[in-house]
Ligand binder design. Sequence first.
Ligand SMILES: Cc1cc2nc3c(=O)[nH]c(=O)nc-3n(C[C@H](O)[C@H](O)[C@H](O)COP(=O)(O)OP(=O)(O)OC[C@H]3O[C@@H](n4cnc5c(N)ncnc54)[C@H](O)[C@@H]3O)c2cc1C
Length: 400
Amino acid sequence: MAGKRESFTIAGAGIAGPVLALFLKRAGYEVRLMESYPRPAEDIGGALQIAPNGMKVIRALGLVEELLKIGTPSDEMIFRNHKGRLLGIIPNGSPEKFGEEAIVVSRSSFHLLLLNAAKREGIPTEYGKRFLSAEFPLDGGVVSKFEDGTLAYSDYLLGADGTHSKVRNFLFPNFPQPEYTGIVNAGGFVSADVIPAKYARRGPIHFTFGPEGFFGFAACGKTRDTSWMWWSNLPREKEFTREELESMDLEAWRNHLLELHKGWYEPIESIIKASHSILKGNVHDLRSLPSWGTEKVLLVGDAAHVMSPHTGQGASMALEDAHSLSILLERSNTVSDAFREFERIRRPRVERIIEQSRRNGNHKKKLSPIGCWIRDRILTIVLPKFAVKGQDWLYQYDGV
Ligand SMILES: Cc1cc2nc3c(=O)[nH]c(=O)nc-3n(C[C@H](O)[C@H](O)[C@H](O)COP(=O)(O)OP(=O)(O)OC[C@H]3O[C@@H](n4cnc5c(N)ncnc54)[C@H](O)[C@@H]3O)c2cc1C
């Protein structure tokens, strides 16, 4: 067991950051949680699924009841083509088999739940602290430097600062960078009034494959205005530049989506028309990093492994990472041993999911009418036979 009075600085208070802070504090370590945003990022982001494997971590944190107040359990996945033709229905895991149900929740409310839980346990997030660099004094420890001049002294540094991790880029400036996957993502929320009775049961996630792109929607959360979430994946040769993303206004973006999803079955056009805001971004992944850390620093969550969203596992992997590390710290002689073991154990699982997500994303690229026909036939056969089996390794998580 690693020494209990050792201390950690965590750079990044997204999903992995506060969960790491909670597990480490409960295990007796000293923790500082540093976030670059100036305040909690309310109302940023769309919705995400916490899969049964991620829910096991929420259970270990004791936060299931709280999460159920803001999220919606999902028991089914329904696949259609853009004309509304049914391609398959499969269960979204099953509590009997995997021990937990999947929950769909808005990212911002889930994020706040985690930050509040950390705060209640004496780990307030320190906002406006953008990690810049670190020094490693000869007498041990890490001095983490932040853009506002703050210095954080600790024995170890955890980089939980997401896809474009500064901790990763500082430690390993020559490592590969997240790669654009040829898909852009859009999403938002609508009220339940927009959803026709045929689709109104809160439980299924609806997946729709078209000739170009993809559209999904599901019940999410309890507030009336944001009680359904949607997302759209669109193939695009070049990624949007930051200027393009910032300059395209809501109505231009809405029109772009309406054009691409024109003629798709209802309620897809109605959902796009009814959204008060639409988030947008490029989809990246990062297939494999040569290393996840050093003796003193470890990358966790998206900082270590960027996955595209097509298996719905980004948040669950961040949760698993935090939980696994806490277990390995308990089992290891030193923190550095735990870091090495963490990378050895976690890498095969997350890299397999990154590849699976890429493959799933390829079904969303542009197809000819005959290509659509073939894809629909294949999905009709494959979904009932293999998709449920495919959940076995994805949703099974037993602690490391
Ligand atoms: C604002 C936002 C919105 C998102 N929306 C969605 C969504 O709609 N659907 C979805 O499936 N996934 C979304 N994601 C991604 C998803 O939440 C993550 O893939 C996943 O949960 C992995 O969690 P993570 O903690 O590793 O990384 P993240 O959740 O990305 O958290 C990283 C944190 O580090 C902070 N940070 C970045 N750089 C620094 C720095 N230099 N110093 C200190 N802190 C830093 C970021 O502000 C962020 O809070 C979103 C992520 C963010 C940050």
